[in-house]
Design a protein. Structure first.
Length: 489
């Protein structure tokens, strides 16, 4: 019997597999596709944006170099220059208006603010690491059955059965695990159908490059690779079981772009909608959900993958501690209480963009408001702060606004970084004054003392194994011991 069976070797399932493997948990990942690297996961259709909070997580697990394709991640002590950091409803954030160092609680980090990559590349990096941790990846059969018992779960995939203490469904937006385990999945129906296609245009000069918000929807062109995206406000009426014909795609593109552009050739095409839903709880007995299996929404603003990585980061250490018998009381329940509000936020964030983009005077009025805001430094900082994931904050019952957020990349005067202390998967107590010397936090936290290059006004900071600040403030021994006890028994 495995400790955990993860269903779906997408980026979220594999990130979770690494988190569990790092903690010494036995894991099998069951994946429907026989081979990785389908057309929809490699460039251009598989292109995805990773944002600051996700990249900080890759960095802290020693995975950033592989992601960036570098042997060594350069040691940076200046805020990184943000480039191409995203959009709201197709309205681009201007990096020139963004001063990352002026955002609350940000410190220079070697992890970039954002990067474009492909699902296939992310999955490759994570699968390699997972295998090093002893994770088994079984490909080529979809999970079609699931039975829960008091102390384990059995899943069926093809002719094989897998028994595990816990099952996590990371099998995407149409999750079989979600359906089989009876999760409630609620939200709103779509306003548009989205298309992504590889296409050649007879007359490319008729379209503009980049994101183009028009009175009839949005189109996006990436000239270099013939990759075109469209969002058509049809109320989600297009029958997505059909592969869209060239004539249909051309009619939609002409209507949205307001041109008579001609599609000469269309290659692979995929469709999606802005259906925005999430599971009412992320756990049913011994079955948990993460990533798109737990929440779906439109890709506007590039949040789905980033939110899923946040789920995996939050769940990994909690599930491992539960299995190993050293979790604080109720720790696993905090997976839902911490992540569900983030899922709620992300579905609302995409709904707000859909409403802003809708054709007609109401949408146009909202667009004007948003354009005005995006022309200000404060408006830009607000929107960017949100999509970077760095403003996400769990309510850990502390008024300090740093507590519950991704820890800034603190650095001690001797050059040690928070990331250097975290790649073993333990939490860290940073004691900038040395006043907490001898504190009893148990084996799950490392202790590092010494003045910080920038302590942001704190005497000490407790960072949980997922890189979230569990406590920060004066060197009050009792407060830090209590915060550690809320994590581990
Ligand atoms: C056009 C587009 C652009 C996007 N851009 C961005 C972006 O820039 N940034 C961002 O953060 N997000 C973006 N997203 C969203 C992002 O792609 C998803 O949120 C992300 O892929 C979710 O990862 P996941 O691992 O949860 O699920 P998936 O990537 O869907 O992976 C699920 C895995 O489970 C497998 N599987 C499914 N069913 C079964 C089964 N029954 N048994 C076994 N295996 C199964 C699948 O084969 C797959 O490998 C975009 C989405 C789209 C459509």
């Amino acid at each position: 019997m495995y400790d955990v069976a993860i269903v779906g070797a997408g980026p979220v399932g594999l990130f979770l597999a690494c988190e569990l493997g790092l903690q010494g948990v036995s894991v099998v990942v069951i994946e429907r596709e026989a081979e990785p690297g389908s057309t929809y996961r490699v460039e251009p259709l598989g292109m995805r944006g990773l944002m600051a909070a996700s990249l900080a997580a890759f960095y802290r697990r020693g995975l950033l170099g592989d992601l960036l394709g570098l042997d060594e991640v350069p040691d940076v002590d200046q805020p990184s220059e943000p480039q191409g950091v995203g959009h709201f409803a197709g309205m681009m954030i201007d990096p020139a208006r963004l001063k990352v160092e002026s955002l609350p609680y940000r410190l220079p980090s070697p992890a970039p603010e954002a990067m474009m990559t492909s699902l296939d590349h992310v999955e490759g990096v994570l699968a390699e690491r997972a295998v090093k941790y002893g994770v088994e990846i079984r490909r080529g059969a979809a999970v079609t059955g699931l039975t829960q018992y008091d102390d384990h779960v059995v899943v069926q995939a093809g002719d094989d059965e897998y028994a595990a203490q816990w099952v996590v469904g990371t099998d995407g937006g149409r999750s079989a695990v979600r359906r089989l385990a009876g999760f409630e999945f609620v939200g709103t129906e779509p306003m548009f159908t989205g298309y992504v296609m590889q296409a050649e245009l007879a007359d490319p000069g008729k379209l503009k490059s980049g994101f183009n918000l028009t009175p009839n929807g949005l189109y996006l062109t990436m000239r270099m690779d013939g990759h075109i995206g469209m969002m058509d406000f049809d109320g989600g009426a297009y029958d997505r079981s059909q592969v869209p014909a060239l004539e249909h795609l051309q009619e939609v593109l002409r209507r949205i772009s307001g041109t008579d552009v001609t599609l000469a050739k269309v290659g692979h095409t995929s469709t999606y909608t802005d259906r925005a839903m999430q599971a009412t709880a992320y756990r049913q007995g011994r079955v948990l959900l993460a990533g798109d299996a737990a929440h779906i929404h439109s890709p506007l603003g590039g949040q789905g993958l980033n939110t899923g990585i946040g789920d995996a980061l939050n769940l990994g250490w909690k599930l491992a501690a539960t299995i190993q018998g050293n979790a604080a009381d109720g720790l696993l329940d905090t997976y839902t209480t911490e992540r569900h509000p983030i899922g709620e936020w992300v579905t609302d964030w995409t709904r707000a963009q859909v409403t802003t983009m809708q054709p007609g005077p109401h949408g146009q009025a909202l667009q004007a408001v948003m354009r005005d805001l995006l022309e200000t430094a404060d408006g830009t900082a607000y929107i960017y702060g949100k999509i970077s994931g760095m403003l996400n904050r769990y309510d850990l019952g502390n008024e300090c606004l740093l507590v519950g957020r991704t820890a800034p990349e603190f650095r001690l005067e001797d050059g040690t970084r928070l990331a250097d202390l975290m790649d073993g998967g333990r939490g860290v107590l940073l004691d900038f004054t040395g006043a907490l010397d001898g504190i009893q936090l148990g084996e799950h936290f490392r202790y590092a003392a010494g003045p910080a290059r920038n302590d942001l006004g704190f005497e000490a900071v407790l960072v949980r194994p997922d890189g979230i600040v569990g406590w920060a403030g004066d060197a009050d021994r009792n407060a830090f011991e209590q915060a550690a006890k809320r994590c581990f028994a």
